[in-house]
Ligand binder design. Structure first.
Ligand SMILES: Cc1cc2nc3c(=O)[nH]c(=O)nc-3n(C[C@H](O)[C@H](O)[C@H](O)COP(=O)(O)OP(=O)(O)OC[C@H]3O[C@@H](n4cnc5c(N)ncnc54)[C@H](O)[C@@H]3O)c2cc1C
Length: 511
């Protein structure tokens, strides 16, 4: 039986990200995907600023930027109907220069996955097997044993790995096989998304948007999500009956009725039925198996955080698995994955439920004809669109930080302020390093980085990490030269202080 260090189940955005991140840590891995390629149906379109920072580190940012929807589309638009007037415009905050070297992006999930796959193919330690399904799994204290079926010729093979990362989606086969329960709200509604090609330009070409909702009562059960803002759109309808779906013909009728164009040419590409739920797995780790992404948490899409959170899971886990496989850390480091990611997912789930309830209240205010409540709802909806706290301001508590259980300030999902806090992502500042302009974000990937102020006596520091951890020391003013932003003010540190940053860019310790 062949052995591979890590097997990843699922080539969705999370599985692909796990593979890239592991590969860049020098860990050989394979991705197993039952479909012939990446996803056809573009569920997500909101790629948040932290995910874009990771894409920057992985060398994929520039290509993704070329494909994103225009900045003017970063808004949730309320219209009375497709041919009507704008009733409300809730926009994304776009100015984030002080917070990040990059910014969020709007790009449909199908294209984003293709870009992740292209990035993965440039990594020497990654390989994807499409048309291959995981059909059985077992583990002992040394290996995880996977039985795979080739869906082209129906042959079966067994392969084993040291660790298995399962990113096999909301209905995770692995999670069920391990009898890991999900806790939360199992059902928040059934929706059907009609992904189609049609020409809405006569009415919408001058109104770019990410999501369009309607204020007219007859149109309210449908929203439109822009895919390419030209010909590809998703019309998503909340179904009154959970068992109901839409046929292709009914999908065409939905599009025509929403556009109020009985003869509109519509080509349905795909129909996707999905259930909204707010669930978090009771365990993210089972022996040598780790749950990531939708397999670990089902986050309502009201806020656009499911994929982003899942990619964050993958990034958090990859360096830890690498450190254990490479012999730097012992197995207990892996416990910090669940300690850090599960509470964050729960906060994100709760916040997304609040967004869903707010949307519901906005629709109710329209049904009731309560204009004030409608406008109050729209004012508050900015909290649904802007979530810098969840993106970059969350703070971990775990055994991979020092101190482990500091009295951490509670963070606000919607707001963020630069500051160095143990457990939080190290803030962004511009530096000159080896004659290149870089962000602090670019410094962290494989090693722990000791970032020392210019008056810090590095030799006297007692670092709270094992001696053998790979470590780079960078002294401000010597190795790194501050550019326009003031590092000390941004981090709220003195010139005598130093911070230790983990490979995932989170602060492990402050002197
Ligand atoms: C309408 C809508 C809008 C959304 N908008 C956003 C947004 O703007 N931003 C955001 O961050 N998130 C958004 N999301 C959520 C996002 O789409 C998901 O969170 C994301 O797809 C999860 O990625 P994943 O890789 O964990 O799982 P998936 O994308 O579900 O991928 C799992 C993969 O595993 C494969 N697989 C499953 N079982 C097996 C097996 N036994 N063997 C081999 N392969 C297997 C599947 O074929 C699939 O390819 C939205 C969701 C919806 C429904």
């Amino acid at each position: 039986m062949s052995t591979i260090p890590v097997i990843i189940i699922g080539a969705g955005p999370v599985g692909l990200s796990a593979s890239i991140a592991l590969s860049r840590q020098g860990i050989r891995n394979i991705v197993i995907e039952k479909h012939p390629g990446t996803a056809v149906h573009p569920k997500a379109r909101g790629v948040n600023v932290r995910t874009m920072e990771l894409c920057r580190i992985w060398g994929a940012e520039q290509q993704i930027r070329q494909l994103e929807l225009p900045v003017t589309a970063r808004r949730f638009l309320w219209m009375n109907h497709v041919k009507g007037e704008i009733q409300g415009d809730v926009s994304f905050i776009t100015e984030q220069e002080e917070i990040s070297p990059t910014e969020p992006c709007l790009l449909s999930q199908d294209i984003f996955e293709q870009e992740l796959l292209a990035c993965l193919k440039t990594q020497k330690n990654s390989q994807v097997y499409f048309n291959t399904k995981l059909i059985n799994i077992e583990q002992d204290d040394q290996f995880v044993y996977c039985e795979l079926e080739n869906l082209i010729d129906n042959t079966r093979t067994k392969i084993r790995c040291q660790y298995l990362v399962t990113a096999d989606g909301a209905n995770s086969f692995v999670r069920k096989k391990l009898s890991i329960n999900m806790k939360g709200i199992p059902f928040l509604g059934t929706h059907v998304s009609v992904y189609c090609e049609t020409d809405l330009s006569p009415w919408l070409s001058d109104k770019p948007f990410a999501v369009m909702a309607f204020t007219d009562k007859e149109q309210m059960d449908c929203i439109i999500m822009a895919v390419d803002l030209k010909r590809r759109w998703i019309f998503s309808k909340r179904m009154a009956n959970a068992n109901e779906t839409l046929t292709k013909e009914a999908g065409i009728q939905l599009v025509r009725a929403t556009a109020d164009e009985p003869e509109l040419a519509v080509n349905v590409i795909n129909i996707f039925k999905w259930e909204m739920a707010a669930l978090n797995a009771e365990q993210y780790r089972h022996g040598r198996i780790f749950l990531c992404g939708d397999a670990a948490h089902r986050i309502p899409p009201t806020g656009g955080m499911g994929m982003n959170t899942g990619i964050g899971d993958a990034h958090n886990l990859a360096w830890k698995i690498a450190y254990v496989i490479q012999g730097y850390a012992d197995e207990t480091l892996l416990d910090s994955y669940e300690q850090e990611r599960k509470p964050l997912a729960q906060t994100t789930i709760d916040w997304s439920v609040v967004n869903a309830n707010r949307l519901h209240a906005i629709f109710q205010s329209l049904i009731d004809g309560n204009n004030n409540a409608f406008h109050d709802g729209l004012n508050e909806q900015t909290n649904h669109i802007n979530h810098l706290g969840l993106d970059v301001g969350f703070i971990y508590q775990s055994n991979a930080l020092c101190p482990e259980n500091a009295d951490i300030p509670t963070f606000n999902p919607n707001t963020y302020k630069n500051k160095a806090i143990v457990g939080m992502r190290a803030p962004h500042c511009w530096f000159s390093y080896n004659n290149r302009t870089i962000s602090t974000i670019d410094l962290f990937e494989r090693n722990y980085v000791l970032l020392a102020g210019e008056n810090c006596i590095v030799e006297k520091l007692k670092l709270p990490i094992p001696e053998q951890y790979p470590k780079t020391t960078l002294v401000i003013g010597k190795d790194l030269h501050i550019l326009d932003s003031d590092y000390y003010a941004c981090y709220q540190l003195t010139k005598e202080q130093a911070i230790l940053v983990r490979p995932d860019g989170h602060i492990a310790w402050i002197s």
